[in-house]
Ligand binder design. Structure first.
Ligand code: 5GP
Length: 197
């Protein structure tokens, strides 16, 4: 998606060898107009799937997930990372290793918000090694719901998440795909694995 790639080029910052900081428009400060455009694009790509629910993980997936929910007119559920007094029983849970924080978190969704009639679209801000999406897939399985697709704002195609999901036959749509960070520059496009399959 050209407008997203341009924004990443303009405002994204590369940290170390493989982390992209996009906190000025996606996951700290949020650009709502851009979010709406992302939501429309997710809708265009998944509108034939009879989606009944959108799932994401707090907190950075919430903005694009709600933007997509506005287009599909379905509820958006975000997995919580911290149990609270109001969220402790009747939960689906899974353990997710956080790529950026390098710690494991338990994520949880209440039984009330996901069931075996649901056709689910998973949305997240980044796809790196696929751990967050795998945790949500685990929860979708526990609920007996159907995973219809995964929508990602920024895929880092040089990490193993995309390959892992492709091997499982999951329909993944990424609005921007980064092939590499080279000499401080962002190179867009699918990686070599993708080109050969
Ligand atoms: P994965 O679970 O696919 O390994 O990583 C995805 C999660 O880690 C996303 O939900 C996102 O919050 C975080 N993440 C992974 N890579 C990056 C990155 O390059 N930049 C930022 N800001 N977050 C990332």
């Amino acid at each position: 998606m050209k407008i997203l790639e341009e924004r990443i080029e303009k405002d994204g910052r590369i940290l170390g060898t493989n982390v992209l900081k996009v906190d000025s428009f996606l996951n700290h400060q949020v650009d709502p107009d851009l979010m709406m455009q992302l939501g429309e694009e997710f809708y265009r790509r998944f509108k034939d799937q009879n989606i009944t629910k959108i799932l994401t993980v707090e907190s950075s997936g919430i903005a694009p997930a709600v933007a997509a929910g506005l287009q599909f007119h379905v509820p958006v559920v975000f997995a919580r990372k911290h149990k609270s007094l109001t969220l402790k029983d009747n939960l689906y849970t899974s353990t997710v290793y956080s790529y950026t924080k390098q710690t494991s978190n338990e994520i949880a969704i209440s039984h009330r918000f996901l069931n075996d009639n649901d056709r689910v679209l998973v949305i997240d801000d980044f796809l790196a090694n696929g751990q967050a999406v795998e945790g949500l897939m685990d929860i979708i399985n526990q609920a007996g719901a159907t995973l219809c697709g995964v929508g990602i704002v920024i895929e880092k195609s040089f990490q193993k998440g995309r390959q892992l999901l492709d091997e499982r036959g999951v329909h993944v749509e990424s609005l921007a795909r980064i092939k590499a960070f080279e000499d401080g520059k962002i190179v867009f496009g699918p990686d070599e694995y993708e080109q050969n399959h």
